[in-house]
Design a binder for this molecule. Structure first.
Ligand code: PHE
Length: 347
């Protein structure tokens, strides 16, 4: 009995020493382990006289230890959890790292602006191809092999087995593709923006640039429709005050053909370096679709007429945003692209 008392007293002291889960576990081994104090008291039961009382006391002591152990363990675990929560807390009041917003490339902006305008006039956007056949890029646009007008559009041909393929020189290829895709051979109203390729490069020419093509086919379409459409287009894009003039021109796939000039948006028509003192800037090529072109793509040229137009998107972007060198458009310099961030894009 004395021994039990001694161990109980010792337990009272040991309880104070427990500060963490590890020391608690050490105590468990010390008391209940193979050679633990309580385990050894247990072994004594068979040797003492009053086995019953002794046994009950030992059991009571064991219970006491177990209760202490469970309670302490829970308390320590709770404490550890709290400490962990405090340590890992996130300070949501700290300012975050600034996320850099991307900005739209000026060519994307201008393409979207033009598409929106034409979609509002009932056109659909047609996807063309960048690699085209000689047939679609030239022959079906009324430029048979050997036609001198091909020279003005010298471009990149694919090698060997693909030598009949080339990087398209003009989005006018979309005229052929759209007419051929239309099974009914009926009315059409499309615009096709995209990259085109020609073999030249200087401050105002790049070997790759962008055009947008328009094609309208219907019954009773006339030059008046062409004029009205392009005048509206130029005024919407460059401002209502813009004057528009049409000059006779030549394209193999349109007849008659015109070139469209707008009054210089820098000097308003007085004459400056941008318009080379003429007051006018050439912006579009256009014309009535040549009957041969309609027929080659399966259209009845007696029933249907059409008009087509094409313009360089890069040139419009250069005018609109005051970009002096076309090569910067394709240079991928972020400092250049970021200049076109505008408030309306953040809405
Ligand atoms: N494809 C012509 C060019 O690249 C422009 C054009 C398009 C002319 C449609 C007439 C009709 O210069």
């Amino acid at each position: 009995m004395e021994q039990i008392e001694k161990i109980r007293k010792q337990l009272e002291q040991d309880k104070e020493k427990v500060t963490d889960l590890k020391s608690l576990n050490d105590q468990r081994v010390a008391y209940l382990g193979k050679k633990g104090y309580i385990t050894e008291l247990n072994a004594l039961i068979k040797e003492v006289e009053d086995k019953k009382t002794f046994g009950m006391e030992v059991n009571a002591l064991r219970k006491e230890f177990e209760t202490f152990y469970e309670e302490k363990k829970q308390a320590l675990e709770q404490l550890a959890l709290e400490e962990k929560l405090v340590k890992e807390a996130i300070d949501i009041t700290l300012p975050s790292k600034k996320i850099k917003r991307g900005s739209k490339h000026p060519m994307t902006r201008i393409t979207e602006e033009f598409e929106d305008l034409f979609v509002s006039m009932g056109y659909t956007v047609f996807e063309g191809r960048e690699i085209e056949s000689d047939e679609v890029c030239f022959q079906k646009l009324n430029l048979p092999k050997g036609h001198p007008a091909r020279d003005a559009q010298d471009t990149f041909y694919l090698k060997e087995e693909y030598e009949n393929y080339l990087l398209r020189t003009q989005t006018s290829t979309a005229q052929v593709r759209a007419m051929e895709a239309n099974q009914e051979k009926g009315p059409l109203r499309i615009v096709c923006p995209g990259k085109v390729y020609r073999r030249d490069e200087d401050a105002t020419h790049s070997h790759q640039f962008m055009q947008i093509e328009g094609l309208v086919i219907d019954e009773n379409v006339s030059m008046a429709d062409l004029k009205g459409t392009l005048e509206l287009f130029c005024k919407k894009v460059l401002g209502e005050k813009t004057k528009v003039r049409f000059r006779p021109s030549y394209f193999p796939f349109t007849e008659p053909s015109v070139e469209v000039d707008v009054s210089c948006f820098k000097c308003g028509g007085k004459g400056c370096s941008l318009c080379k003192q003429t007051g006018w800037i050439e912006v579009l090529g256009a014309g009535m679709v040549h009957p041969n072109v309609l027929e080659m793509s399966g259209y009845d040229s007696k029933k249907y007429q059409g008009f087509a137009f094409g313009t360089g998107l890069d040139r419009f972007a250069m005018f609109k945003y005051g970009i002096p060198d076309i090569r910067t458009i394709y240079g991928n310099d972020l400092r250049f692209i970021e200049q076109f961030d505008r408030l309306e894009d953040t809405k």
